[in-house]
Structures are given as structure tokens and as C-alpha cells.
Write a protein that binds this ligand. Structure first.
Ligand SMILES: Cc1cc2nc3c(=O)[nH]c(=O)nc-3n(C[C@H](O)[C@H](O)[C@H](O)COP(=O)(O)OP(=O)(O)OC[C@H]3O[C@@H](n4cnc5c(N)ncnc54)[C@H](O)[C@@H]3O)c2cc1C
Ligand code: FES
Length: 502
């Protein structure tokens, strides 16, 4: 495996680089959008279509955060979502979710074709499959529910995988795409007519009508916070969604052994699989595996070992060409939070809790947020209402997650070995107490030590090491940092303090 690509997502490496300017000075627009991922860029495009002026303010590069590290399936099939949604939100709620996600697939196909975006958008069937008989009943029930909701669902025992399955749910007319090519292409259509896209421009302060970066300020009538999880303390959404991290690989396979559909398993350990025909002529198998706790290296290693074994054993994949990790948030009651951050409808417009299905749900969010920011209502808005009272469903899991956050806040995950940073070999990292302070340090291949405070700037949990990506990740609410301490992912927006240690 080439070390150059080892920590980067396949999509990021193989997409054209975007070159939008940094925000400098003062600007006034109708709507300011913080974040240039699936949600932010979709909302910007739709607002521009509605004749409003927008400014997208992206901290890093468009499409290169969570969206650009996904498996990029474009589907309304979200595991066994519809049975659960029916129980929590009733059949009408589940139908709205289905219709919204099906509409998102159509909108994405339409935008790609309307703007001539070459993003490898290809029709594919989606399958949720059970290898063991113990999940068969759940599969059959989900087929029944999804058919009743009008989704293109059927039952099959032959989803085209190279191993036997007890049963699978098949959805027709779904798709897969290249997420970075799509967002780069869509973002390129935004500048002009009073609309702007800014990169390398992190929001460091905000109000409901103002966004501030180091280089400038945007004033607006509304602010969409499309940062995957709202920043800082906005709406306290970090208490209603918990983060999960996944290993992902892209490995070359013989096209004759590449499965045709997009797959996700119900059995443990869970696997999600699709293929992609690269511009280099190779066929890649993209696989994700079981979730692991942020900053827990042992679980991360097991996750990568598991998906590499799975890809080699069943599809004859070689050693991965690309390995990366990615995170998303599980919402408390099974539906994403999309809309106003407070019931008074005077705060920020937000979208979060996509539970690893934010390509279509992120498009749904773009549609709803664009409507709300233009002063219109939307027929799907009440299901996803971000300020809704959460039902009891999921409360037990949340009590457990909150207990774990409390443990991280008081204790953290201090490394027991080594005892001193002097013992770190090149490529190794540790979190240690130094003169009473918690310090996170990484030694690079040239022997230099990069030391930063290990205390997350969001709410003070201790960060842990992500060995593959070489990042410091917070187990409490999912903030991520570079080894230099620079922020990669929120809810934080402040870097880790640098520490001067030998
Ligand atoms: C392993 C994995 C696989 C997945 N696969 C799929 C899939 O196949 N299909 C599917 O539907 N979903 C999938 N998802 C989920 C999906 O990728 C996400 O839910 C979705 O991409 C989130 O989009 P977003 O716009 O909310 O976030 P992002 O793409 O992360 O966009 C948010 C943007 O905000 C920027 N930002 C953050 N803070 C600031 C700040 N202070 N100032 C300015 N900008 C800021 C970030 O840099 C980023 O670019 C997967 C998730 C995981 C973890
Ligand atoms: S992300 Fe909340 S404490 Fe770190």
C-alpha cells in the first residue's frame, strides 16, 4: 500500500481540487451557509435557484470532510429503518421519510445532469442482507413495511454476493456516485449573481444574522449551520446524537469478482460494500466495517483487520490502496434533525443525526433548509423538526452513551505505555500527564515531536489517537484535530493548544 494514500479517502485523492477564495472583508447576502458538504452545497444551489444571494463559508475544502469520506451510496434503503420509523413516527412519518429520500435521489440525478457534472452517477440496486436465519424474519417484515410505503422493495435470496444469504431486501432504481466530484461540480455552479463560495475560511463566531471568520464577516437574513453537527453549544445537539467512527478501505479487485449492487449486512460484524470503476481503469471494492469508539486504537486496528480479511476472503481483494476513517451521528429517535435549532424559529437552521445515511438525507436537509431560509414552509419539515420533543425510543442507549461521555470527561483514555514521550518511536503517539497537564504527542518520521494539549476545546474530554488517519479524535462528541492541533471536525471550532515539549 502506498503510504501517500494510506490516510486519505479514495474520493478525495481522485477528485479535482477545488480552488475557491478565502473570505476577506465584509459581505452582505440573503443567506450565509457555514459548511460546504452535502447539506451546505445542496442548500446553496437551491437558494440560488430561488433567486437569493448566498455565501458558503467552508473551513477546509468543499466536500472533503464527512461527505468525501463516505461510501457514497445514493439510496433510500437505510438498513431496517422503516420498521423503526413506523413504530416511532407512525406510518405517515415513515412514508414522509421514504418519499423525501426517494426525491433526494431524483434531485441528485437531475442536478448532475442539468449541470453536466461528471460524477460517476450510476444506477444500482441496494441490498440489506442477512446471512444468518436469525435475521430473516426482520428482513421479511421490512420488505412488507417498505412495500406498503410505496418503496421499490422486494425480497430475494440471491443478491449477487459470493456467499449464501438467508434473505435480502432489494431496492431498485437506487444509485452510487463519486461524492467529491459531485460536490466540486455543484459548488462550481454557485459563484456569480451575488453568490459566493469561500474555502479555508473557518467560522469562529456567529449570531443568527452574522458569521465571522479570521479574514472577514458575512451578514445575512438567515444562517444555515451545515457543519455535520452544529458548532459549539448551538441547540445542544451533541446531547441528542452520539458519534460513531468506522474504518473504510478501497482495494482493487478483479472486475469478474466485483458484485453488481450496493450491500449492507445485518449480521455482526457489519459490512457495507460497493464497487467503483476508477478513472485509472481499475475496479475498486469500497468496504466499511464495524463502528469503533473515537480514539481507541485497539478497536480501530481490529476494524481494519476485519474488513481487509472480508474483502480478501470473499472478493479476492488485494491489500487496500486507500484506508481512512469516517464518522457520523446516531440521532436519539431514528430521524435526522433538520430545521430551526430552537422552537422559537429564531436561531440557526441546522441539520444533523444522519446515522451514516446523509448523502440522501443531506440532500433532503438541503431542500428543507433552503425552503425555510427563503421564508417558506416545507411538507417534510415537521417529521425532521430539529426542535421536536424526542420520544422515549432510544432513551436507554442514550443514557449509556451519556454515561460514557461522563467517564471521558472525568478520566479520559490516558495511555499506560510509554511512560515518557522520549520512548515514542517515529510514527507513534501517546497521551500522557506532563507536569500535571494532559498532553497528546506524536513523533514523526524525522523524529520531531508534535505536542498539543489533550483536552478537547469543546467541553474538555481527553482526545485519543486515530492511528490510521493520524488525527486526535474526541470520544465524547466527535471533534477531530490534526496532529498540529488544527480542527478537522466539530462541534469544536478552536484548535488544541500547542505544547512545547522536548
Ligand atoms: C463510514 C461512513 C460511510 C457513509 N456512507 C454513506 C453512504 O453510502 N450513503 C449515505 O447516504 N450516507 C453515508 N454516510 C453519511 C454521510 O456521508 C454524511 O451523513 C453526510 O455526508 C454529511 O454531510 P454534511 O454536509 O452534514 O457534513 P460534511 O460533509 O462533513 O460537511 C460539513 C462541512 O462543514 C465544514 N465545517 C465544519 N466546521 C466549520 C466551521 N467552523 N466553519 C466553516 N466550515 C465548517 C466542514 O469542513 C465540512 O466540509 C456515511 C458515513 C460514514 C461515517
Ligand atoms: S467533542 Fe465535545 S468534549 Fe470533545
Amino acid at each position: 500500500m502506498s503510504d501517500r494514500f494510506n490516510r486519505l479517502s479514495y474520493w478525495i485523492v481522485t477528485a479535482p481540487t477545488t480552488e475557491f477564495p478565502q473570505l476577506a472583508g465584509e459581505l452582505d447576502v440573503d443567506v450565509a451557509i457555514i459548511g460546504g458538504g452535502m447539506v451546505g452545497i445542496t442548500a446553496a444551489r437551491l437558494l440560488k435557484d430561488a433567486g437569493l444571494s448566498v455565501a458558503v463559508i467552508e473551513a477546509r475544502k468543499v466536500g472533503q470532510e464527512v461527505t468525501g469520506k463516505s461510501t457514497a451510496k445514493v439510496t433510500s434503503q437505510h438498513n431496517l429503518a422503516y420498521g423503526k420509523l413506523t413504530r416511532t413516527f407512525g406510518e405517515d412519518g415513515a412514508r414522509t421519510y421514504a418519499e423525501a429520500n426517494e426525491a433526494a435521489i431524483r434531485l441528485m440525478a437531475d442536478l448532475a445532469s442539468r449541470y453536466g457534472i461528471d460524477c460517476d452517477f450510476e444506477p444500482r440496486a441496494a441490498y440489506t442482507y442477512a446471512r444468518g436465519e436469525q435475521h430473516l424474519e426482520a428482513v421479511e417484515r421490512e420488505v412488507e413495511v417498505t412495500q406498503r410505503l410505496g418503496l421499490p422493495a422486494s425480497f430475494t435470496r440471491d443478491p449477487g454476493l459470493p456467499f449464501p444469504v438467508a434473505g435480502a431486501i432489494r431496492f431498485d432504481n437506487q444509485a452510487q456516485f463519486h461524492p467529491c466530484k459531485y460536490l466540486a461540480g455543484l459548488a462550481a455552479t454557485i459563484p456569480g449573481d451575488g453568490c459566493h463560495v469561500f474555502e479555508q475560511s473557518r467560522a469562529i463566531d456567529w449570531e443568527p444574522t452574522r458569521v465571522v471568520t479570521a479574514g472577514g464577516t458575512v451578514t445575512s437574513r438567515a444562517v444555515i449551520m451545515a457543519t455535520h453537527l452544529p458548532l459549539g453549544q448551538v441547540g445542544l445537539f451533541y446531547a441528542e446524537n452520539y458519534p460513531h467512527m468506522h474504518p473504510v478501505i478501497a482495494a482493487r479487485v478483479d472486475p469478474a469478482r466485483a458484485p453488481d449492487g450496493m450491500y449492507i449486512s445485518l449480521d455482526e460484524p457489519r459490512h457495507s460494500v460497493r464497487t467503483h470503476r476508477g478513472d485509472d481503469g481499475n475496479t475498486y471494492l469500497i468496504v466499511t466495517g464495524p463502528s469503533f469508539k473515537h480514539g481507541h486504537v485497539d478497536e480501530e486496528r481490529q476494524g481494519f483487520a476485519e474488513i481487509e480479511r472480508f474483502a480478501a476472503e470473499h472478493f479476492g481483494a488485494g491489500a487496500p490502496d486507500y484506508r481512512w476513517t469516517n464518522e457520523d451521528y446516531t440521532p436519539m429517535d431514528g430521524a435526522p434533525f433538520i430545521g430551526w435549532s430552537s422552537s422559537a424559529r429564531n436561531g440557526y437552521l441546522v441539520a444533523t443525526g444522519f446515522n451514516a445515511w446523509g448523502i440522501t438525507n443531506g440532500t433532503v436537509a438541503g431542500i428543507i433548509l433552503a425552503a425555510l431560509a427563503s421564508g417558506r414552509d416545507h411538507e417534510w419539515a415537521s417529521l425532521f423538526d430539529a426542535s421536536r420533543v424526542k420520544p422515549i425510543a432510544g432513551a436507554k442507549e442514550f443514557a449509556k452513551q451519556n454515561l460514557e461521555v461522563a467517564k471521558e470527561l472525568v478520566g479520559g483514555y490516558l495511555t499506560t505505555k510509554p511512560h515518557s514521550f522520549d520512548e515514542l518511536a517515529p510514527g507513534e503517539a501517546a497521551v500522557l500527564k506532563v507536569s500535571g497537564e494532559n498532553v497528546a504527542a506524536f513523533r514523526d518520521e524525522q523524529g520531531r515531536l508534535h505536542a498539543v494539549s489533550a483536552v478537547c476545546t469543546h467541553m474538555g474530554c481527553l482526545v485519543g489517537w486515530n492511528e490510521n488517519d493520524r488525527t486526535w479524535d474526541c470520544p465524547c462528541h466527535g471533534s477531530r484535530y490534526e496532529i498540529s492541533g488544527e480542527v478537522i471536525h466539530g462541534p469544536t471550532y478552536k484548535p488544541l493548544e500547542k505544547k512545547a515539549i522536548g
